[in-house]
Design a protein around this ligand. Sequence first.
Ligand code: ATP
Length: 295
Amino acid sequence: MTRYLKLKAYGKINLALDVLRKREDGYHDVRMIMQTVGIYDQIELQRTMKPGIVVETNLSYLPANENNLAYQAARLLLEGVQIQGGLHIQLKKFLPVSAGMAGGSSDAAAVLFGVNKMFRLGLSKEELMEQGVKIGADVPYCILRGTALSEGIGEKLTPLPPVPQCHLVIAKPGVSVSTKYVYEALQADRLRPDQHPDIDGMAEAIRQQDLFKMAGKLGNVLELVTAKKYPVIEEIKDVMRQKGALNALMSGSGPTVFGLFTEPEQARAAYEELRYGSSSRLTKQAYLTEFFNVH
Ligand code: ATP
């Protein structure tokens, strides 16, 4: 029997993000191109003698109770199942929190995967994805991973071919953004046609494996709200472009920004400038990474 599992919960960026409309149920219909990146939270699952689910995290400001999405994932699968003892979840966060990188959703996805394996529940990937959407709209994607078109509220997923590899700089400014606020403030029904990013064009660029075309198609409608409110987002994008990025964009509802680079030296220079240089005043966290492609 598996008593211990170590898992990686990878973060995502949105290469393109469009909001179509607000639905009657309060959710928004979206069209997004999702991409997993090489930064992850570490999760350790340990079976315990004592019944119950216990969460421990390295960030004091994160809930370590039933409000943690990792806790909710374990409870969802274990409720009603006869097991002996309980589960300890150790969560080491490296992904920025409330940042537009689906950190919490990815933790939940990893725990769903891990608990299914550890307790031999026998659920398929599709069944885990169906369960996952009860926790959050991005959870099914975080189980799938890789490159995908995400529609509906995020639960309708179409896998795309892996993107051409490049160097990524990811930077989070020191502001926190509420996803709910950003979606509400967008007023999706009042957008002009030219304000919608070209989601199909991005999918086509990926199918053609054309990194330059992809860079030209980067677009996120939520920048209309978040980047307007926080000018630091455009400032970070400018630094990335000055250092040679093909292009730069805000991810999700923000405020995290990423830049695509073909040259490793340029990516490193941008990262060092944002992390240690005079532009470090713009950022709280900065990372140098790559796409994480699932084959
Ligand atoms: P998204 O890209 O889906 O909008 P996000 O990156 O903006 O996600 P998260 O970091 O996933 O946001 O989570 C933000 C909120 O969820 C915070 O208020 C935090 O307290 C809560 N939360 C619950 N569990 C977790 C977790 N395991 N990791 C991070 N945040 C969590």
